[in-house]
Structures are given as structure tokens and as C-alpha cells.
Design a protein around this ligand. Sequence first.
Ligand code: URA
Length: 484
Amino acid sequence: MRRVVLAGRGELAEWRDAARAFAVAGILPEEIEWREKRAEPGFAFQHDAMPPPSAAACKPMTVPPAFIELAETVLCHSDPARFSLLYRLLWRLQLDRQLLEVASDEDVARARLMAKNVRRDAHKMTAFVRFKEVGAVSAGRRKFLAWFEPDHHIVRRTAPFFQRRFTDMDWLIATPRGSAAWDGERLTMSDAPCEKPNLTDAADELWRTYYASIFNPARLKLKAMQAEMPKKYWKNLPEADLIPGLIASAESKVRAMAAREATQSLPFHDRLQEAARGIPAEPEAPAGTLEALRAEAAGCTRCPLHAKATQTVFGEGPLDAEVMLVGEQPGDQEDIAGRPFVGPAGRLLDQVITEAGIDRSMLYVTNAVKHFKYEPRGKRRIHQKPNMGEVKHCRWWLNLEMALIKPKLVVAMGATALAALTDTKQRLQDVRGKAIAIDERRTLFVTVHPSYLLRIPDERLKADELARFREDMLTIQRLMLAAA
Ligand code: URA
């Protein structure tokens, strides 16, 4: 049995030289005992165990490039068994060149796992090193020191990342497994273990305050957080002792945020309402007119939707319109403008009705629900479909609009409008494209909502559906002519 002691600081050359000498001499894996210097304080790096090259030596072994890559990473692992594992793989690769692709092979699996642990440790180092400014600025360069406790010999392989990232400052990363330093010109490595320096300073408090303020309880994913930030790294992170408290209070904070959301309007909404309050009151419109109805609806609080919406979006069009178009509810842009169908769905509607020869100014355009229902998400307001209760509350206004306008043809665009106009649960596809007599004076025509067309991801289906919508608008145009 031969015994070889290596420094084992993660350098390929050291192991490769030894392995090459043994391999050339034909020494089998089971004939070598690989040791690490750290565990053998009495031993220096031993070359004497190496056989001298002899004339009877075997021919040099060759390996695929993937093995070199794997060995470079595995050698950074702290397990002393890595040397013998790699030497065994080296021998086995001479018989089977594809061996490294056999994931179920015990040696291969073990080597792959070691490589994975090393990569993970290196990644954690890039994430959790915290530099502290130390010493005076010299030659215009600031100096920083960091402490990190890696599991494996990763300082050498990770240092170039910090060199690229923090090139304009001088830094030293100290670890129990050696150190790396950068002075703007040279990256210096040392294998000498470092003592942990005292790095707490006044900036810690600032950092902790910042960390606590950016911690978003609504985004907390405990499992992902624990996987990304394992507890063993916490002791060197100034913010770490805040984390348990932040996690513990996350749930109640989310509940409080949700409660606030339900009652607190967005700032621009407040500003618009404020501005509207400043506008001098219009002279009161005569009762029973469209203007009077609109003014009354502006103060509607029949359902909770008014609380978050900017304003009531009432219908618009001539009092003697023969056709009334009914949509679902105002969208984001309609809520701000205070007019129906002026956003993306409105633009599509305008385009299609114009192509069909219909003049929008002849139509009365309104919605089943008069307030924008949405869910705030960041700076965006995400449309939410009104529920049947909200539709029923708002039918009050729709019925009054119908009673005033007395349209001959009412067009329901989408399922919500259909439900509001018929009070039955019919499927839109069962009645789409048909003219249905509501009573002896009025006809209902059902089509899809233009927003539906805008949301179709498949281009072909979208084109087909758009063509059908155009057909529907042509039918409406013919019905208008017939009713005139
Ligand atoms: N969608 C609707 O249903 N109505 C609008 O006014 C805008 C978009």
C-alpha cells in the first residue's frame, strides 16, 4: 500500500501530478491510500510515495475533457475521499469512455454530488459575502474586508467573480480556508487559514433598517427562503437576527395590508376625486332627463364598488339613439376618463363598427356595471369581473337608461351584459348572433365583448373570432336599417 499526502486546497495540478505518476507506473486504485495534509499534521507533502518512472511503465492514460472539468470541481470538496474517488474514475474511464454519462453509477453519482455541493457553496459565497469598509482611502481607493465561512475549498475559484464585480475597490475576503485579496492590479490568494475579524460597525444598523423596510411579507416564501439562505450562513449576516421576527409577523402584516387595500384608494384616485369636488356644481338638470340621471348616478353607493373606483362611468349617446350597446364595466382608462369604451376595447369596437358602416355618435353606449372593479397589483389595476350581486345592483341604472332612451335594438356585448339584460343564465354561444325579441318594440342582439378578442393568444383563432365579430356588427347595421 502506498500512502500519499496532498495539501488538498482545491488545486487540480497537485492531484493530477500524483495521479499521473501512479497511473503510468500501473498502480491500481486499491493500492493507494490518499491523505490530506490537514488531517496529517506530521506529514509534509509526500513525493516519496510516488513511483519513479520506469521503462516498464504503462502507457499514459487519457481522459475525456468532461473528466478534467469534473475533477477540477470535485477537488475543491472538503471530503478526503475525493482523491481516491477521482483516481478510481480515472482507471475506470480507460475501460469505459462513456462512464461519466452513467448517472446511476455509484462513483459517478458521488462525484457529481460533490461537484454540485462545491458549486452551491461558491454560489452562496457570491451571495452572502458582506464587505465592511476598513482603513483610510489610499491613492483614491477605498478598502474593504469581508469574512466568509465556506464548506469547501472555493475561495480560489470564486475570487475572480469578486474581482470583476468590485474592481474599483481594494478588498480582502478572509476565510478559515484561506483568503483572496484585490488591489486593483493583482488578485492574490493565500491558503493560510484566517482568524475571524470583528466586523460589526455603525453601518450594520443602517443595513438592518434598510433590510427590514424592504422585507415584503406578502412575498414571503419560507421554503424558498430557507433553501436560498440556509441558517448556517446567518451568523455572519448583520440582518440575520431580524429574520425570525419578520417571518413571525409576516402573516398579520399581510392581513393588515389586505384590510388597508379594501378601504384605501390609490393616490391618483384621491387626487381626481379632490379635483372633481373643486369643480363648481352644474345647475341642476331637470328631473327625468339623461343629465339628471347621470348626476344622480355620479353619487351612487348602491354597492361597494364605488369605494375603489375613481368615478361612476355612465352611458353616453343621443337621447333618441335607436341602438344601445351594453358592455361589462368600465376598464382602467374609462375609470380615469369617466367615459365608456375609450380604452383598448373601445378602440377595437370603434374600428369594427366604423368598418361596418355604423356611426358611433348615433349609438348609446353604456355598461352593465358603472364602476371599475379591479385588484391593485403594484402600480397596476387588474380588471376583475363583476359578480352577479354587483350586476343586479347596477341594473337599476341600466333599466333607467333603457326607459329613457327606449332603444329599438339592444346589443349585449359579452356574458355580463347578457346576464344584466335578460336576468337568465343563458350561455352566450347559444344566443350569439341572433336577434331575439324582448317585447313588441325591442330586439336583443348578442355578441362577444371586444376585450375577449384582445385576450385571445392564438393568432389564427383571434383572426377567426374577429371576423365573426365583424359579421355581427354587419348584422347590427342591417337591423338598424330595417328598424329605421
Ligand atoms: N369594457 C367594458 O365593458 N366597458 C368599457 O367601457 C370598457 C371596457
